[in-house]
Each structure stands twice: as structure tokens, then as C-alpha cells.
Design a protein around this ligand. Sequence first.
Ligand code: PGA
Length: 253
Amino acid sequence: MGKLLIGNLKMNILSSYERDRYFSDFNLEMKKYDFPGSSLVLCPPSLHIEAFRNNFGETLSVGAQNVFWEDKGSYTGEISPKMLKNFGVEYVIVGHSERRKFLGENGRIINAKVTASLKANLKPVLCIGETRQEKDANQIVKVLTLQIREALHGVSKLRAGSIIIAYEPIWSVGTDKIPSSNEIMEAKVIIRKIIFSMFDRNIAESIPVIYGGSVSSFTAKQVCVDSAMDGALVGRESLIPKEFLKIAGVIGC
Ligand code: PGA
């Protein structure tokens, strides 16, 4: 299985002008590489999803940064899994620490979003991870267990195979602080054990577990290669096509 590199562009790219510049930079850089289209994913703000689909075609997959849990109706401001699917979206980030923090997303909400995404045949990228305080208090197992159990509650074995887990220590997101490769490897083992206890060995071993938090072309070897992760979720560096694609090279997409 090739590595998976997902770019989370967050609330950036403020105009169509900026977007076009991003596309031309990206398209130019892309010519230097030959990555399979299935290994790269970009998650732009939803306003840009259609343009991203049109620009990139088969060269990479497009993901969303958020989703609602109903298919349609009176839910002002929300975007449904079906809409995303119909606009060519394949992945959706769910449970990102910024949404947990600023939008009050809790386990119940995240579970509804994961369930609805799977039903619409989207691949949820479930973000989990501990705070610095929780790490210092040796609570990583407890925190990851709770987050995964809540998020995947009621998910069938049949659907579970489409999930991607992104281990993102909250203290590492946007901070330039990274865990050691051993710490990441330990987290991966914990995650696989939790998934095994909820589903079965096959699912536990086959779903991609990727790392997120201050990934750059400099840190990618430590946080993704040395730690034997299945890929990476990249925030800031995904805004710089050259760097994003360098990371893809380092991790072996
Ligand atoms: P960062 O963000 O790469 O800027 O630390 C990661 C993320 O939020 O997924």
C-alpha cells in the first residue's frame, strides 16, 4: 500500500486570484513528480471544492474539511455528505482539534459525522490526539481510547474499512513541536489495539493510520517514515505546493 498524503488547507486561499496562483504553482511542481493520483489529497475550504476538482482531475483526490450529518434540509450553513459526494469529494476530515476547540464538536457530533460520511461512501479522516497536559499525565491510552470509541460507536465492520485515522497530538498542531518517532509508533500500536478491540484484526491492520502535526519536508522522515506511519496530514506546508510535494517524496507516495 502506498503512503497517503493529505493537505488540510484550513481557512486559507482567500480569493479566486489566490486560488489560481496556487493551481499554477502546484501544476508546475507536479510535473517534476509521478505520484499515483490515489496517494495525494487536498482539502480546500468548501467554497473551492469544485474548482479544485476541475483543476486537478485525476491527478489527486479532493477532500472536505467538514461535513454535516443529514443529507439535506433546513440546516443553515451546513454542507451534507451527499453534496460532497456529488461534487467529487472522496475524503472528509472529521474531529479536527480546531473544530473540537472552536466549534465545540464533541464525541457525539463527531460520531454522527463519521456515520453519515461512511453512509455516503466518503472516507472519513478521523483526527484524534492528546493535549500536552494529557501527555504529561500519561493519559494517552485513555484519551485515544475514548476518542476512537466515541467516534466509531455503532459503525459496522463492513464500513469500518473506509476509515482513516489521523493521530494528531494537539500540542504538535501548528506549533513546530513534534513527538519522537518512537512516541508516534507507540501511538500507532495503541490505535491499532483499540480498533482491533472494536472490530477485528483485519480491519485493525488494514486501515491507514497517519500522522499530523507540524509535518514539513524536514520533519517528515521522523514523524512518518521512521515511525512507520501510513501517511501524513499536513496543515501549513500544504499551502506551499513545492513543500507539499517534497513531503510526498520523502514519505514515499
Ligand atoms: P500543521 O497542521 O501541519 O500546520 O501543524 C496540521 C493539522 O492541523 O492537520
